[in-house]
Design a protein around this ligand. Structure first.
Ligand code: SF4
Length: 433
């Protein structure tokens, strides 16, 4: 673990006159290089006679961003203050989902979801929730201790908020739940979710009622696509929520629409009981096995996800895969190609409706959350630049090369499948669809 105080002391020794902002930028750069390469500050920035801030910064930027230093605009390097709080560290001891505190809104206390929660978690403490009471933990890692069952009143259906300037795929979302029990190091919920609890609506029928009148965007697909996995994993709580028992029959009766469950889980019992539907696509987020093991904590392995996908396909659903996020680590091409070949060998290919590919991107706020929760992470060691949509992304040239390498391979392996690039500038997406 890199010692931040050591970096600051070293800088004070070789550049004693630095103001706060300059000290912040140089410390940040030394920290990131040291974390990536394992070198001491004196190796990264050796003391030299007449060293200035400008020269030191140039040396460090070149070392930190060897691929993009000369071409990137100078304001693309994001160098926030080093700010660590050991109390924020993620708890990586896996625990079963067994909430200790369950809050139920008065209006849904007789719902099937409330009843099942009482049956499944008899040892929990139950409270009536009035919509104002503070619930949840101070600590994000303890979010699965609290379950909040509520009646959603406003947020039913919306177009996917693909960020500004991106190509968009005409996706539509129903937000059936908030929070997840997995611990993916890159998960945006770590920064986005300020209620540290699992939030599940009991009034799924109200969501479905909105669908028949909705003016949908279709995008480049043959039918309107609607999905539920934006703020949670669509299936991870399905044993409790049983949303699959409402969603599958509803969409089965509406063949002009298609619905997508997006998951990393193997919670497919509800889907299997419903018996399959051609216009319901169950898609798995997939990655190279070593990435899953090191970065997507508590999630099923690739092999387990594919075994579930095969069962679901055989039951009559179509399936999909999202290679997202792709991270170009050492040996990534071989690792991702092997994963793609494993998928092709494990599931009926003609059942694969779509495969998306998206390189890792994240908000600048998430960067500090990830380095606090996962100080030993390696996903932030890549060259991320502040980009056109305010997100941190790999340099455009690297992204383009990665998509141009991987997408054609997927198209070849899955000739009947729509392969598309997710959340990218239109010209970068041109290698897909
Ligand atoms: S599965 Fe999805 S929602 Fe759950 S932690 Fe991972 S990225 Fe977040």
């Amino acid at each position: 673990m890199v010692n931040v105080e050591e970096i600051r002391a070293y800088l004070n020794g070789i550049l004693p006159e630095l103001g706060m902002n300059k000290q912040r930028e140089l410390s940040r750069l030394i920290y990131e290089i040291s974390k990536r390469d394992g070198h001491a500050p004196s190796v990264i920035l050796p003391a030299e006679k007449n060293l200035t801030f400008e020269r030191a910064k140039k040396i460090l930027l070149q070392k930190r961003y060897p691929f993009s230093f000369s071409a990137a605009p100078k304001n693309a390097f994001y160098l926030p203050k080093l700010d660590f709080d050991p109390a924020q560290r993620a708890d990586l001891q896996e625990k079963a989902f067994s909430p200790k505190y369950i809050y139920i809104e008065e209006s849904v206390k007789e719902s099937g979801l409330a009843r099942r929660a009482k049956e499944m978690f008899p040892d929990a403490s139950f409270y009536s929730w009035d919509g104002k009471q503070k619930v949840g933990s101070e600590h994000f890692s303890r979010r699965i201790e609290t379950l909040l069952i509520h009646q959603e009143k406003y947020d039913f259906l919306k177009p996917c908020p693909c960020s500004e300037g991106n190509a968009g795929c005409g996706y539509n979302l129903i937000n059936l739940g908030f929070g997840c029990r997995f611990e993916c190091e890159y998960c945006f919920l770590q920064q986005y979710q300020n209620l540290h609890a699992v939030l599940l609506p009991a009034n799924v029928q109200d969501f479905l009622e909105k669908i028949d009148q909705a003016p949908f965007r279709k995008g480049p697909f043959d039918r309107v696509r609607i999905g539920s996995g934006e703020f949670t994993d669509s299936l991870v709580f399905d044993e409790l929520t049983q949303y699959s028992h409402d969603l599958v029959p509803f969409f089965k009766n509406r063949p002009h629409l298609q619905f997508e469950f997006k998951t990393k889980s193997t919670c497919i019992d509800g889907l299997l009981k419903e018996g399959g539907a051609e216009n319901v696509v169950v898609s798995w987020s997939v990655n190279a096995p070593q990435f899953i093991e090191q970065v997507e904590h508590f999630t099923p392995s690739l092999t387990q996800r594919l075994a579930a996908a095969k069962q679901v396909a055989e039951a009559g659903y179509r399936i999909g895969f999202h290679f997202d996020p792709v991270v170009p680590f050492d040996g990534w091409k071989e690792a991702y190609l092997t994963a793609a070949e494993q998928i092709a060998a494990s599931v009926p290919r003609e059942k694969v409706a779509w495969i998306s590919v998206g390189l890792l991107r994240f908000s600048r706020e998430l960067k500090k959350v990830v380095e606090n929760r996962f100080p030993e992470n390696w996903i932030l060691d890549g060259e991320f630049l502040l980009e056109f949509d305010g997100k941190m992304r790999y340099p455009e040239k690297l992204r383009q090369e990665a998509y141009e390498f991987f997408v054609p391979h997927l198209q070849k392996l899955f000739p009947q499948t729509v392969v598309y690039v997710c959340m990218e500038k239109p010209h970068i997406c041109s290698c897909s669809l």
